[in-house]
Design a protein around this ligand. Structure first.
Ligand SMILES: [Zn+2]
Length: 197
């Protein structure tokens, strides 16, 4: 049997490893985004950490914007999906899997194929992909969502998900489900509703 002291030491080492791995994944994502040509920051050069107008060229270029919250929901969904992994998969492994998947999504989201699709098919005419700082913000959002869902459990996470979607739908006429839907099945009717209001 390990003493309490030893157990604490192991837990501390594990959590340090997890933090380092998370930082490493984030750095790898930033480097790949840089290599694929994403800008570090908004080309406006303004220092505001946020931008709330999704129709402006600042969208997805500053640290926080309304889509930060759809990425919080990515975290909630990832927690829900990874919950079904076999029980022997440890919590740190699940967490890291979520971080890797989200970092991978950010890279995919900024690939020419998806950017073209967003530009051609959805609301984002001026869209040239996210800035690297914005992608970092999105990854942090996902981590926040994951940790929140873990605290809330299934039912309350579901309520949180639906409430956030509703608030986004009312405030910016877009939300995670609609965004994914529009990416898969672009609709002129929805696009008109989103841009004229
Ligand atoms: Zn800007």
């Amino acid at each position: 049997m390990l003493t309490e002291e030893q157990q604490k030491e192991i837990a501390a080492t594990d959590s340090r490893r997890l933090r380092l791995s998370t930082v490493a994944v984030s750095m790898a994502m930033a480097i790949i985004l840089h290599l694929t040509g994403q800008p570090l920051w908004c080309k406006c050069g303004g220092l505001s950490p946020w931008s709330w107008d999704i129709w402006s060229s600042h969208n997805s270029q500053h640290f926080v914007d309304p889509y930060f919250f759809t990425h919080v929901l990515h975290g909630v969904v990832l927690w829900g999906l990874l919950y079904w992994l076999p029980r022997r998969v440890s919590e740190p492994s699940r967490f890291l899997t979520a971080v890797v998947l989200e970092a991978g999504w950010e890279i995919l989201e900024n690939s020419p194929m998806i950017i073209e699709r967003y530009r051609a098919a959805t609301i984002s005419k001026d869209y040239f992909g996210d800035s690297i700082i914005n992608s970092a913000g999105d990854l942090i959002a996902c981590i926040v969502g994951y940790l929140l869902a873990r605290q809330l459990g299934f039912r309350r996470s579901m309520v949180f998900f639906l409430l956030t979607e509703l608030i986004l739908l009312i405030t910016i006429r877009d939300c995670l489900i609609l965004n994914v839907y529009m990416l898969a099945y672009p609709s002129e009717v929805i696009k008109n509703w989103q841009t004229h209001g």
